[in-house]
Ligand binder design. Structure first.
Ligand SMILES: [Zn+2]
Length: 442
């Protein structure tokens, strides 16, 4: 069932298509405003990040949407609905980028929201409830080290003490002092006892984002609908301590070789990963991003006495993360005792997996089917959507095919794929706006 007539849905489709030059113009203007020697750099609450916000808001205003920024600087472009008091629907993604990153990571979702709403306005469609396109601040957070700051502040998931403790990693400047340079008075965030986005005022959050892995390219499908946001379990600096010994003079039984101990640990963890991948969670990922001996001590003729390494396991299943953590504890103890070395792993950091809303997911799938746009479903990486989901707001993520990954200037999203993503997003938002209440979404 669809709440739009065939004529309305064709009008919406044409309007989205007609606004693609505008989308391209916004992408180009923002790229020009944040161009680095390689790729783009838009650190949150930088002049470049604010330029992105201003360009987006100006385009939204020019196309009949109401715009504003909240106390933190998150941007909103809004199209009023028939029912002014009903909970609204939010879409969007982040404005900031990593250093020397790609232009579409985050920005694609922020632009998609504005284009979807502008298309509805152009097609003369009034949604059932208020729809807003959001540009969040500080998802990548290259300066402050903690991700999702804008979304977390918007849903009231960060207290004043935690906020005040944030400092720029490069300069040591506090976040408040830094924001004030853009005219954002951080004190205002705390003046009103007001949480911007709640489960009571928002019935859904939909995020369009470029895919950061190779699945859609591999499967030759333009869109993906995320099943869940993977959690992760991370040990950033594991160390194995043994002894530096003469490589020729020390028999095996007396060696305390840290590199062979660490490689045994890694091989056994890889076997566990394959087991989880085959039997529990096909989307589980395991990465040893760092492994090194100390260049001031290591030598061709020495048994390595110290080895550093990182472990990063991700899964949509908390039980798999727990199993991995237990295995690390067991294996480091067993291998350490047998090989006469000592593992010091430090405290793990990470996050829990976040399931995405099944009703929203199937609404996206149905919209894609109605529009005859191929899509597939798989798990994704951390996005702002997970912050909204954890705040009790039904959330979903729509991924757009993108060659060459992200967090690098080589990302490639075809505008034809982006258009298909916006088509699905716009149609889904209209459909959801006509559902009566939260209960139908949840
Ligand atoms: Zn992103």
């Amino acid at each position: 069932m669809t709440s739009m007539t065939l004529g309305q849905s064709q009008k919406l489709r044409d309007a989205v298509r007609g606004l693609m030059p505008l989308a391209e113009d916004i992408f180009n203007k923002v790229r020009a405003a944040s161009q680095d020697d390689v790729g783009v750099t838009r650190a949150a609450w930088s002049i470049q990040d604010q330029a992105a916000a201003d360009i987006l808001l100006a385009a939204a205003r020019n196309h009949g949407l109401t715009t504003r920024q909240d106390a933190i600087g998150n941007t909103y472009a809004t199209l009023n609905g028939m029912n002014e008091t009903a909970p609204g629907i939010l879409t969007g993604s982040h404005l900031d980028s990593v250093a020397k990153g790609g232009n579409f990571d985050g920005l694609a979702g922020a632009v998609a929201g504005v284009i979807a709403l502008a298309a509805m306005k152009k097609a003369g469609l009034q949604p059932g409830c208020k729809l807003s396109a959001m540009g969040t601040r500080c998802e990548e957070s290259v300066w402050f080290g903690i991700a999702y700051i804008g979304a977390r502040l918007a849903v009231g998931d960060m207290g004043r003490a935690a906020f005040d403790a944030l400092m720029r990693l490069d300069s040591g400047q506090t976040i408040s002092a830094h924001m004030s340079e853009l005219g954002i008075v951080a004190d205002d965030i705390w003046h009103h006892d007001h949480v911007e986005i709640t489960a009571a005022n928002t019935k859904a959050f939909l995020e369009l984002h470029i895919e950061q892995g190779p699945l859609l390219v591999e499967q030759n499908v333009p869109l993906g609908i995320a099943t869940a946001v993977r959690g992760n379990l991370r040990f950033g600096d594991g160390i194995c301590f043994g002894a530096y010994q003469h490589s020729a003079a020390t028999p095996r039984r007396l060696r305390q070789d840290t590199v062979l101990a660490v490689t045994e640990l890694l091989q056994r963890l890889e076997i566990l990963w394959h087991d989880i991948e085959d039997n529990v969670d096909p989307s589980a990922v395991f990465t040893v991003g760092k492994i090194f001996t100390d260049p001031s001590h290591h030598a061709l003729t020495k048994v390595p006495g110290e080895c550093h390494f990182s472990l990063n396991f991700g899964s949509t299943e908390q039980s798999s993360q727990d199993r991995f953590e237990a295995a690390i504890a067991d294996l480091t103890a067993e291998i350490g005792a047998r090989r006469r070395v000592r593992f010091v792993m430090g405290a793990p950091v990470g996050s829990s997996p976040t399931p995405l809303n099944p009703t929203l997911r199937s609404s996206l799938v149905q919209s894609a089917e109605r529009l005859d746009i191929p899509c597939t479903e798989f798990a994704t990486v951390g996005h702002d959507a997970s912050i909204f989901a954890r705040a009790g707001i039904p959330a979903a993520v729509l991924l757009v095919r993108n060659n060459d990954g992200s967090h690098n200037p080589d990302e490639k999203m075809a505008m034809a794929d982006f258009e298909q993503g916006v088509q699905v997003l716009a149609a889904t938002m209209i459909e959801l706006s006509n559902t009566k209440n939260n209960a139908e979404v949840i």
